[in-house]
Design a protein around this ligand. Structure first.
Ligand SMILES: NC(=O)c1ccc[n+]([C@@H]2O[C@H](COP(=O)([O-])OP(=O)(O)OC[C@H]3O[C@@H](n4cnc5c(N)ncnc54)[C@H](O)[C@@H]3O)[C@@H](O)[C@H]2O)c1
Length: 363
């Protein structure tokens, strides 16, 4: 596509002003790359609440109203409920706006491809925002993986525990859409939050050759099943193997400023290992990154390990890209489709009793 960076601040609008707006908006605050020009949400209450962040900025009940207003917009931050992603993104691209979309991009490859095709047809950019790859301890982990300090990397391990108590309030509207997703076989741990975990594997070690998975379920409320315990194992084309286990601790309190998700990442090399101890929640109260080599442990005490900062930095990266063209975009719509293929291979493998599935073959 023929994108030319803007030689002035990007004029941006937020489409959707729910829970995650609180973190996404951090990229836009005091940022000379952008000028926020509009806020969109059907909820009058949300519009009024968020308008206080941007004095003088116009608010609209729908994207169509914004488009009809004549206000000039270059790019939008699409913070829509997941079931509205496809329809919403196609509409937004149709207005001639570049789109920064939240994950999961779409529930299936056909929907994702339609979104990418509409972006191309409209000569607009579609980015699928991945904030984890801007989380400083993980950025440092990637640097360690390629530095040679740990020797040749042989393994990657992620652990994720969904706990039931603590964290911030999540509006009932978010749960409404989550349940809708669950009913379509796209669970909150494997597919929604899990999208980030799968993305880190591709980001760290490249394309995936084979996935083997066992997706389980636990009834947390009558008729509502959460997709854990789940175990996913895979091999990258490079030969590096990964494993990700998801467990549920519904009665466990986890201190968190955000969601109550206890996460860990560990890479093992021939000469040592490196471990990220936490991310979304404030689980293990040790330095967020520890590195072991030659009998010595090195701890990182001064990283920005606030999960919220990863939203700020991912968003700033996008706005910088639009303003200056400094890339790569991280991730383009096409790149995000590889994350979707990884997720779909996970489901296909589990449905086949854990058989190996090449993500390139899922349809
Ligand atoms: N990156 C992450 O770690 C992360 C974390 C949480 C959520 N998310 C993603 O962010 C997105 C939004 O999630 P949320 O938790 O903020 O949901 P939410 O339910 O709290 O908010 C969604 C908002 O969209 C509004 N809305 C509904 N239809 C709309 C329309 N047609 N036009 C404009 N606004 C509309 C709703 O009124 C609501 O205010 C989802 O894609 C979700 O997966 C990402």
């Amino acid at each position: 596509m023929s994108f030319t960076p803007y030689d002035r601040p990007v004029r941006a609008a937020f489409i959707g002003l729910g829970r995650i707006y609180d973190l996404n908006m951090r990229a836009y605050l005091d940022n000379p790359d952008v000028e926020v020009v509009a806020l969109v949400d059907p909820s009058e209450e949300r519009r009024a609440e968020r308008a206080a962040d941007w004095p003088g900025v116009q608010t609209f009940a729908s994207a169509a109203e914004l488009a009809a207003s004549g206000l000039e917009v270059d790019a939008v931050e699409a913070l829509l409920p997941i079931p509205l992603h496809e329809e919403g993104v196609i509409e937004l691209l149709g207005y001639g706006w570049h789109v920064n979309l939240q994950k999961p991009m779409a529930n299936d490859l056909q929907a994702a491809q339609r979104m990418v095709d509409v972006a191309t047809a409209n000569d607009r950019l579609l980015r699928v925002m991945e904030n984890y790859i801007f989380y400083e301890p993980l950025v440092k982990l990637k640097a360690l993986a390629t530095s040679g300090d740990l020797g040749t990397i042989s393994g990657y391990h992620m652990k994720m525990v969904g706990s039931g108590h603590g964290g911030w309030d999540v509006p009932s509207s978010s749960y409404h859409y989550q349940i809708q997703q669950m009913k379509q076989g796209r669970g909150t741990l494997v597919f929604d939050d899990g999208w980030h975990k799968l993305a880190t594997a591709i980001w760290l070690f490249g394309p995936i050759k084979e996935v083997r998975a066992w997706v389980g379920g636990t009834e947390v409320f009558p008729g509502i099943e959460v997709d854990a315990p789940t175990t996913v194992v895979w091999e990258h084309h490079s030969g590096i193997r990964g494993v990700w286990d998801i467990t549920l601790a519904p009665d466990m309190y986890l201190r968190s400023d955000y969601y109550t998700n206890d996460e860990r990442w560990e890479i093992t090399g021939r000469a040592g290992y490196a471990r990220v101890n936490r991310c979304t929640g404030r689980g293990i109260q040790q330095p967020s990154l520890e590195v072991y080599v030659d009998g010595e442990m090195r701890s990182y005490h001064a990283l920005d390990d606030d999960w919220g900062s990863s939203f700020r930095d991912s968003g700033r990266h996008w706005l910088r890209w639009l303003h200056t063209g400094e890339g790569p975009m991280l991730w383009s719509g096409e790149e995000a489709m590889d994350v979707l293929r990884f997720a779909l291979a996970t489901y296909a493998s589990s449905a086949a009793g854990g058989a190996g599935v090449d993500p390139a073959t899922v349809t």
